[in-house]
Design a protein around this ligand. Structure first.
Ligand SMILES: [Fe+2]
Ligand SMILES: [Fe+2]
Length: 270
C-alpha cells in the first residue's frame, strides 16, 4: 500500500464528510490487510494541512453562539446527535493527524495499528450518527456546529506528548464521562437507534483513551520522564478549559487513566 502518512494526509485534505470517512475506512482496511499478511507498510512522511479540509456546511459558530435546545424536545435530541456527529468527524481527522504530523518520530508498528483502528472506528461512529440524523429528517450540516474544535490539535502540532495528553487522555476521556447520561436520555425516549449508536461509541471510545495512555507512557519511558508529572505539566500548558467532575472513574481506570492523573487538575480548576 501507499505510505500511511500519505493516506492520512489524503483524508485530512478531503472536505466532504462522506468521502472523508469512506477514504478513512478504505485506508484502514488496506493497512490491516497488510498487517494480517505479516507486513508493516511504510509510514513515510507527509505535510498535512494545519487545519483539515471541511465541508461548507455545517456553519461553524463560536460555542456561545450555537443555539441551545432543550434535550427534552425531539428537536433538542436531534441537535445533540448532530453535535456528536461533529465530534466524531473531528476525531477522524485527529487520529489521522497524529499519524501524519508526527510521522518523522520513529514509533513501533503498534502505534500506527492503534491510531488507524481508532480512525476507522470514528469513521464508523460518524456513519452511525448520520443514519440517526437521516431517520429524523436531518443530516450532518443541517445545523450549526462548534468552531474551535481543532484548537487542541493546533496547539499541540509540535508536541506529540502534548497531543496524546490533551486529545485522547483529556478530550476523549471526557466523552466517557458524559456518554452514559446521553444513552439514558435516548433510552427514556425510546430512541433505540440512537441508544445502539451511542452504546457502540461508548464501548469503543474506552480503547481510544487506552491507546493514548499506552503511547503516552511509552514516550515517557523513552525520555525518562515521570508520566503523572509530565501529564499534569502538559495539560496545564495546552488545555485551558480545566477538568471538570463528575468523572467516570471506572471506565477511565479501564482505559489506563488512574485518578491521580486527573483529580489534581480538577482540584486546581475549581
Ligand atoms: Fe468516536
Ligand atoms: Fe474516539
Amino acid at each position: 500500500m501507499r505510505p500511511l502518512a500519505d493516506c492520512a494526509a489524503e483524508v485530512l485534505s478531503t472536505a466532504d464528510a462522506a468521502e472523508k470517512t469512506r477514504l478513512s475506512r478504505a485506508h484502514a482496511a488496506d493497512w490491516f490487510a497488510a498487517r494480517a499478511a505479516g507486513e508493516v507498510p511504510p509510514v513515510g512522511r507527509a505535510d498535512p494541512p494545519l487545519r483539515p479540509a471541511r465541508p461548507d456546511r455545517p456553519e461553524l459558530l463560536d460555542p456561545r453562539e450555537v443555539p441551545k435546545r432543550k434535550p427534552g424536545s425531539a428537536e433538542g435530541r436531534t441537535a445533540m446527535l448532530h453535535a456528536v456527529a461533529h465530534i466524531e468527524l473531528n476525531a477522524v481527522d485527529l487520529h489521522w493527524d497524529v499519524i501524519a504530523r508526527f510521522a518523522h518520530i520513529p514509533m513501533p508498528a503498534g502505534f500506527y495499528d492503534d491510531w488507524v483502528q481508532a480512525a476507522d472506528e470514528e469513521s464508523k461512529h460518524f456513519g452511525l450518527l448520520s443514519d440517526c440524523l437521516a431517520a429524523r429528517g436531518a443530516h450532518y450540516g443541517a445545523l450549526p456546529a462548534h468552531a474551535g474544535m481543532w484548537r487542541a490539535a493546533e496547539d499541540t502540532a509540535e508536541d506529540i506528548m502534548g497531543r496524546l495528553a490533551v486529545v485522547p487522555m483529556v478530550l476523549e476521556a471526557r466523552g466517557l464521562d458524559v456518554t452514559p447520561d446521553m444513552i439514558a436520555l435516548f433510552r427514556r425516549h425510546d430512541e433505540t437507534d440512537a441508544v445502539a449508536a451511542l452504546e457502540t461509541i461508548y464501548a469503543e471510545e474506552v480503547s481510544h483513551v487506552a491507546y493514548g495512555s499506552k503511547w503516552f507512557h511509552f514516550l515517557c519511558g523513552r525520555h525518562e520522564e515521570d508520566p503523572k508529572e509530565t501529564f499534569h505539566a502538559l495539560v496545564r500548558r495546552y488545555f485551558k478549559g480545566g477538568l471538570k467532575p463528575p468523572f467516570n472513574t471506572e471506565k477511565r481506570a479501564e482505559a489506563g487513566l488512574p485518578p491521580d492523573f486527573y483529580w489534581p487538575l480538577a482540584e486546581e480548576a475549581r
